[in-house]
Write a protein that binds this ligand. Structure first.
Ligand SMILES: [Zn+2]
Length: 470
């Protein structure tokens, strides 16, 4: 791979480097020659087309890689004299041209770059790497982008496989991990720094919050209480905020979430705030950014959805006073189902009947009936008592019949599904144990992709001329 066949095409390309028109012609001739050699003189009938298209692509990319390589290596303007300012403030000295092999969308490319070395900080650098967006990286910007997109969707190992299979670019799983995490850190910083408010996309905007555990490495759990029998924990909680609209209606007139309207933002962050705190919690600030970005705060009608977790409602109260608060009906019904199981045992007809009655009462907005039924069992049954507290505390967020009349979405499963889609399917798979920093980076990358913001991020990144740092 990567060897260049001797012949006139090479000479032609070299001459073409000096003349623009000649370059194009020579390039086309060379690709045509390579493909002719591949296909041979036989009739098209008996050809293995897949073998040809695959080999032809590989050949065409190699020819292109060599052409770009020669073009860049012929340009020595990155030698800007005997010295160059170092980032440490001192002056670095020119120390010759050095080769480095980069993985690009065209395959491997070895570039010769002017190298400067700084005695003061004992570091060396190549101004061209910075100019090309490949500082500290052996992957080109296009490959970095591909790795970022695939690792946002699937595991590092699967991403590595897809890179080889689809792009023809070998990037091992470890390198996918490093690259995707570095990119995720950039996205995370960008998300904190850049809020471009949009007007609300609908008269009624919904904002949901939820938490979900992500499995982390042991060292990330020191001194953290959890749900394991010994009081320890194996997970850290990712908190998610999601914003959407639901102007559409199904056949029964129930609001359905508008396709493409959902955005996500999440991280392993605290939502706790005390009266003495001068600044809102990390997660409260994340919610604020997302709300401003989506115009939630400007919407005619604002609805906050969540389960019964107190941090959700504390935060809703602080940040969005006056917004309509709704306990996700899906979640509320799940609670009643748990109580039925605890009282009557799993799979019992009586239990099913009981749960169905309570759910109907809830749908009708008859919370008093639900409370009365729970009250009957509260003393003898722990689950019933807990549910009684939950419904009592949240009854104003469970006025489902009223919400329905107002045309509000009471449960789209968006919040619950959001946690699964944005976090679970990527971060909670068998054998995954994250560092907090690693999980946060990949979550940032995935939320950015799922919210349709990767393109905008990439434009800002390219404009800033930054490479994947560290
Ligand atoms: Zn220096």
């Amino acid at each position: 791979m990567g060897r260049f066949p001797a012949g006139s095409a090479r000479g032609g390309l070299r001459a073409g480097d000096r003349q623009k028109g000649g370059f194009k012609e020579a390039f086309e001739t060379e690709v045509a020659q390579e493909i002719e050699a591949l296909v041979g003189q036989g009739a098209a009938q008996g050809l293995d087309f897949e073998a040809i298209e695959t080999a032809a692509r590989r050949q065409a990319l190699q020819v292109a890689a060599r052409a770009v390589e020669r073009r860049l290596n012929a340009d020595t303007s990155d030698h800007a004299g005997p010295t160059f300012p170092c980032s440490c403030g001192k002056v670095a000295r020119y120390a010759g041209r050095r080769p480095k092999t980069f993985q690009t969308a065209l395959g491997e490319m070895t570039l010769l770059r002017a190298y400067y070395h700084c005695k003061a900080c004992e570091a060396g650098f190549c101004p061209r790497d910075r100019a090309l967006g490949m500082e500290h990286a052996s992957l080109s910007p296009a490959v970095t982008r591909m790795v970022g997109l695939s690792a946002a969707m699937v595991s590092f190992a699967e991403s590595s496989e897809l890179m080889g299979e689809l792009a023809g670019v070998p990037v091992d799983a470890k390198q996918v991990e490093r690259t995707a995490e570095a990119l995720g850190r950039e996205i995370s910083a960008d998300e904190r720094a850049v809020v471009e408010p949009e007007p609300p996309s609908a008269p009624t905007m919904y904002l949901g919050m939820d938490g979900t555990g992500v499995p982390v490495r042991k060292e990330e759990l020191v001194d953290r209480p959890g749900k394991q029998p010994d009081g320890s924990s194996k997970t850290r909680e990712v908190k998610l905020v999601t914003v959407w609209s639901a102007e559409g209606r199904d056949e029964e007139g129930t609001p359905v979430r508008d396709a493409g309207s959902v955005s996500y933002s999440a991280a392993i962050e605290s939502a706790a705030s005390r009266d003495t705190d001068k600044v809102p919690s990390e997660f409260a600030r994340r919610v604020d950014r997302e709300a401003r970005r989506r115009g939630f705060d400007q919407a005619g009608r604002r609805v906050v959805l969540g389960d019964g977790a107190p941090w959700i409602w504390n935060l809703a109260e602080e940040q969005f006073p006056g917004a309509i608060q709704i306990i996700d009906l899906f979640h509320a019904k799940g609670h009643l189902w748990d109580v039925a199981k605890a009282i009557y045992g799993a799979g019992s007809d009586l239990g099913e009947q009981w749960a169905k009655q309570r759910r109907d009462e809830m749908d009708e907005g008859n919370i008093d009936a639900v409370l009365a039924a729970l009250g009957v069992h509260a003393e003898a049954n722990d689950e019933a008592r807990k549910c009684l507290d939950y419904v009592t505390q949240n009854r104003h967020r469970m006025r489902y019949s009223e919400f329905r009349v107002q045309g509000l979405c009471t449960s789209t499963g968006v919040v619950e599904a959001g946690c699964k889609v944005a976090i679970g399917t990527r971060c909670k798979r068998a054998g995954m144990h994250w560092t907090v920093a690693g999980a946060d980076a990949i979550i940032a990358l995935r939320c950015c992709k799922l919210s349709g913001r990767f393109e905008d991020f990439w434009e800002r990144r390219s404009a800033a001329g930054t490479g994947t740092g560290g």
